[in-house]
Design a protein around this ligand. Sequence first.
Ligand code: PLP
Length: 385
Amino acid sequence: MDEIPLCAPTVGNDEARYLQECIDTGWVSSAGPFVDQFEERIAEEIGSSRAVATASGTAALHVALRAAGVGEGDAVLMNTLTFIAPANAVRYLGAQPIFLDAEPEYLQLDPEALRIYLETRCERTEGGVVDKRTGARIRALLVVHVLGHPADVEAIAEIADEYDLAVVEDVAESLGALYDGDPVGSHGDISCFSFNGNKIITAGGGGMVVTDREDWAEDVRYLTTQAKDDPLRYVHENVGYNYRLSNLHAGVGLAQLDRLEDHVEAKRTIARRYTKAFSDLRGVEPMREAPNVRATYWLYTIRIDPDVHEGGWSAFHEALDEREIQTRPIWQPVHLSPAHDGLSGDCEAAERIHSQLLSLPSSVGLSPTDQDCVVDAIRTHAQRG
Ligand SMILES: *Cc1c(COP(=O)(O)O)cnc(C)c1O
């Protein structure tokens, strides 16, 4: 029997047709019609006026933060319970991330933690809001929508507005999710997406920056293309990057984008089946969805009560591993990561919860038979002894 992977891409003939067209026309590199089309289609999807394709989601974050004015010595508020990429992007700019707690129900950035941090640890000065401990200017709020579920962006944007902070959204895990009916990524000042192989749609790799701010979009385009000030004579006034996306990747992304709604539906169906199958298990909490959102359930993640199940997530992980079913614990909260042992607020909830969470196979192409195997393995382990 083959392994049941955590989250594998679904690709086929649609992608092949786009790739063949690249080869037939010779547009295989970092310019071409599919790059332009991919940008237009993503902008349309989010309802923004501008989109710029990038080589990865991490590259998108790097240039979006720079366009938002983040630089050397600044500070950026962000989730602690997240994949590490956005924290790395802050550091690339010589800025310091300040990590904030998660709310325990949906695992997203806690608006209350944000408010408390700003009220108690920061002060307003003429130059803007500064952190009292370091004197660093807080330039932006980086809100990461984790696991396919939207953060409470309205509450968060309201606080950011009060303090005049730019809101940068990391939507890498949550393309297709809706908040009050609006696409996630449409609430902040600038948003970043990823098309890595494990995301809800893939380009084989790649990213996108989306914004309504024309000046920021132009900055992003300039920075991703080596910051050419005179493209004929190659005059450069700034240090840029080669963060362009190839036409090959964009073609794959376009084919996938046509199926975004199908992918969301597939993941939501998988989620419904898991939730139903675990409803009677003690100490295994299903993943939740806030009442005003549509989650994509990018990675279906259960919470295992270690007081009920000895060995917690790792015992489940081992039991499923024996059946060649891939599962994964959630990320170490970034404020605990040796790579980023920087400033943080009180992150009690993230510290308590992260060691209880386990993500289950959630591929768009997960067959009902394979999902039954996963369910059986979880139920058998939960009811052992
Ligand atoms: C995957 C991911 C990224 C990075 O995307 P890449 O395209 O792999 O660079 C950024 N942020 C989050 C939250 C992610 O999950």
